[in-house]
Design a protein around this ligand. Sequence first.
Ligand SMILES: *Cc1c(COP(=O)(O)O)cnc(C)c1O
Length: 427
Amino acid sequence: MSSYQQPDASGHFGPYGGSFVSETLTHAIDELRQAYARYQNDPDFLAEFHYELRHFVGRPTPVYHAARTSREMGGAQIYLKREDLNHTGAHKINNVIGQAMLARRMGKQRIIAETGAGQHGVATATICARYGLECVVYMGAEDVKRQSPNVYRMKLLGATVVPVESGSKTLKDALNEAMRDWVANVDDTFYIIGTVAGPHPYPMMVRDFQSVIGKECIEQMPAMLVAQNALSGQPDVVVACVGGGSNAMGIFHPYIPYENTRLIGVEAAGAGLDTGRHAASLQRGSPGVLHGNRTYILQDANGQIIETHSVSAGLDYPGVGPEHAWLQQIGRAEYVGITDQEALAAFHYLCRTEGIIPALESSHAVAYAMQLAKTMRPEQSILVNLSGRGDKDIGTVADLGGADFFCRPSCQGQSVKGSEHSVKVAK
Ligand SMILES: *Cc1c(COP(=O)(O)O)cnc(C)c1O
């Protein structure tokens, strides 16, 4: 492993990261950086943050030994970090609480956010209701149509949802609109970013708030390993899905010094890594600037952002957090792809084998862990970040073949009939 470094003063992880913003935002970014520097180790701030995580979110989340799945794979033991049990159903709330607490201390009464699938919007609307803050969420008009239950949730929670009609009417257009709002209202407005992207200090700050996931695992895993399998120490592998990369950074970061633990990020390979229809920025992208930082992005020869594709809306992002680009470059983390079909197969498998309905995003990590487990020994272990629950995805899944789509291990490698789709289960 090459040496790992925290970002430098201007937020660079090697050649990635930094702060690429218009002059009008320089002051706001400076102000945020100073506020975060002041509070990040402040005992009162941290005590309140952990109080909220415990009493409002329901932390610590358990680690669960997926014993049946492990047995059926016949290899390594698979453990699930249950972020799906958090209030609002995913890891996103961890970060949103931290940023909202900072906004209050900075005297900002108005919160803006942008959202694709709506999960970050729901988490933001939730915490704004909790703290009595005004909340405006930008969402592509196309996504507003596709994600109507989340739009309704945000409205119930008192947020204003603004459909963005420009461009492709999806996440990247909502991003531009949120940035424009911030420029226009910078004095009283705090921009809550939902992943480890954006200009410095966002990637570092979001990672820090999400690192509660990995810190808990480091405490929980030794006891889990001893209790169930007479193993010791930490897992051999940690696996997490990567959209922007916040749940992955949250579980990876505390493990970085544990050099015997492999870190594997799973990107959405969509229809296949070589089809052009995917969201695998680290594996098929190239360096460029998006959302205020330098990172790997999916762009064409002219630097235009390419439309991404994934069955899971939360992984459908044309960039990735700059720290992942750096972890890939220095070889501390590896990045792989899982296709829509492989993720769907893992989704159904987990439902029927463990009684857990995972988010389609998280299903990518589960699918890769199931493949990898078969190549490992029973005394080895894989820890998967189960980033969220799949209630939000049941409409998508039903459209793609519903509950008929299922295959036990005995039929792996064969074609399985769904009500509409014929699916080959990953070997
Ligand atoms: C938003 C989301 C993701 C993707 O975001 P990251 O920043 O990559 O974590 C993954 N899983 C779930 C459940 C999500 O809601």
